[in-house]
Design a protein around this ligand. Structure first.
Ligand SMILES: Nc1ncnc2c1ncn2[C@@H]1O[C@H](COP(=O)(O)OP(=O)(O)OP(=O)(O)O)[C@@H](O)[C@H]1O
Ligand SMILES: [Mg+2]
Length: 409
């Protein structure tokens, strides 16, 4: 087969562009790593008062327990001002010492697997997901065990949780079965290790990689050559190969997706127990969203026919909402009129703090207030906003756990 010479030039241009883009991305990551002052991403630290608030104990109790030497084994560092600077890991370990129990789901409570998806690119899927996860992990002492899976090969959420490993095992590697087990290693062990620890102690992260794109092509080929669903189980790979082997290690798994209804997305649907659909309140986005919903119904029908057990909840989440913008307010009204209680009570507001922290791959809960490129006021305001959204999300999750239902009723 001969290639047209013009096409060859186009191809060369694309290759050169890709090299420049790769260097630029690497440069950006280096730059922000340097900005973070250490190779490993560090979480903000807490003052003694903030630690006491998070632990739900009085500041004097904390001081007394320090004086008694109860926390000596934790080697808590002091800041430049000579006061304790607690990390979240310190605070969680202190909670253990103080007998404050973690609030994990019980054996009879179902693991919640929440998928965030919309066909509309740039509507805030990744930003919302990473900030909601960080809020749920860091703003209470429950120590939920949270997993995040980046099912978007572009890896936007992976940038928020950088891996020490330059070539980490990706979700696509596991779904495509292209990793060989070491001698004596089991599949659940391999999957468990692939969910890497992050700078947030109770979040583990399974990254994506560009090669995950091959999943689409390989699945299409597999389908052509197979005689029936049971031979390929191509929509069950995420659920059966990735999630079920580690389901006892998590209370909650959040899945970020690409703006696409591809095979990866069918897999996300099959694994999901709940769905969050971000809606950016701009007219064109809302119209696109309505078309997407029609298609989603059709896709869901396929997944249901293959054994999906239904969602515990499906909610629309208004994202990147500019308060005071009249046309956005009218669209939010339309969204609420159309979908009623399926819409989360609070939108995620547009915030300069989110813009600033996202540009350095941080959530608004990661950073020291002094490191934020936004004002302290805007950071705190945005944190309060996300916490309101998370409170409702947490209520939705817990209302589906048998062990927490009665106390809510
Ligand atoms: N609440 C917010 N405040 C400020 N900026 C926001 C907010 N939500 C999203 N953004 C910005 O909007 C842009 C798109 O957001 P994001 O990447 O989360 O969208 P996405 O739906 O994940 O996109 P894709 O479809 O490409 O995966 C980003 O630049 C992000 O920083
Ligand atoms: Mg995204």
């Amino acid at each position: 087969m001969s290639i047209n010479s013009n096409a060859l030039s186009t191809y060369k241009l694309l290759k050169a562009t890709a090299e420049v883009a790769e260097k630029s991305l690497e440069g950006r990551i280096q730059h922000y790593r340097a900005h973070l002052k250490s190779e490993d991403k560090e979480l903000r630290t807490y003052t003694q008062k903030a630690a006491a608030d998070l632990l739900g104990v009085n500041n004097r109790t904390l001081k007394r327990r320090h004086d008694q030497g109860d926390f000596d084994h934790l080697s808590i560092q002091k800041g430049a001002n000579g006061h304790y600077a607690y990390t979240l890991s310190n605070i969680f370990a202190m909670a253990d010492t103080l007998g404050i129990k973690s609030d994990h789901r019980s054996d009879q409570d179902k693991l919640q697997v929440i998928v965030i998806n919309s066909l509309k690119g740039g509507c805030g899927k990744t930003t919302s997901l990473v900030n909601l996860a960080a809020a749920l992990a860091t703003t209470n002492i429950k120590r939920y065990r949270i997993g995040i899976i980046d099912l978007d090969p572009q890896g936007s959420s992976s940038s928020f949780f950088p891996s020490d490993d330059h070539e980490p095992i990706t979700v696509g590697d596991l779904m495509r079965d292209c990793i060989e087990l070491e001698e004596g290693e089991t599949w659940p062990q391999l999957v468990s290790e692939s969910f890497q620890k992050t700078h947030i102690p109770n979040i583990r992260f399974l990254p994506s990689g560009m090669d995950d794109f091959y999943f689409e092509h390989e699945t299409a080929t597999e389908l052509k050559e197979s005689s029936g669903y049971d031979q390929t189980r191509h929509y069950h790979k995420l659920k059966e190969r990735v999630i079920e082997p580690v389901q006892d290690e998590f209370d909650l798994i959040l899945i970020d997706t690409a703006p696409s209804l591809n095979f990866m997305f069918y897999n996300a649907l099959m694994a999901s127990t709940a769905m969050l659909i971000p809606v950016h309140p701009e007219a064109v986005d809302f119209d696109a969203n309505n078309k997407y919903l029609k298609r989603l119904g059709e896709i869901y029908h396929t997944v249901a026919a293959l054994g999906h057990e239904g969602w515990d909840f499906m909610q629309f989440l208004v994202t990147n909402y500019v308060k005071g913008n009249h046309s956005q307010r009218d669209i939010v009204k339309d969204v609420r009129t159309a979908f009623g209680r399926q819409v989360m009570s609070y939108p995620i507001n547009h915030s300069s703090a989110i813009t600033a922290s996202s540009s350095s791959f941080n959530t608004i809960f990661d950073q020291k207030t002094s490191d934020s490129l936004a004002s302290r006021e805007s950071l705190l305001k945005s944190q309060e906003n996300i916490k309101d959204v998370v409170d409702e999300l947490e209520m939705l999750i817990r209302s589906n756990w048998v062990s927490t239902q009665s106390s809510l009723d």
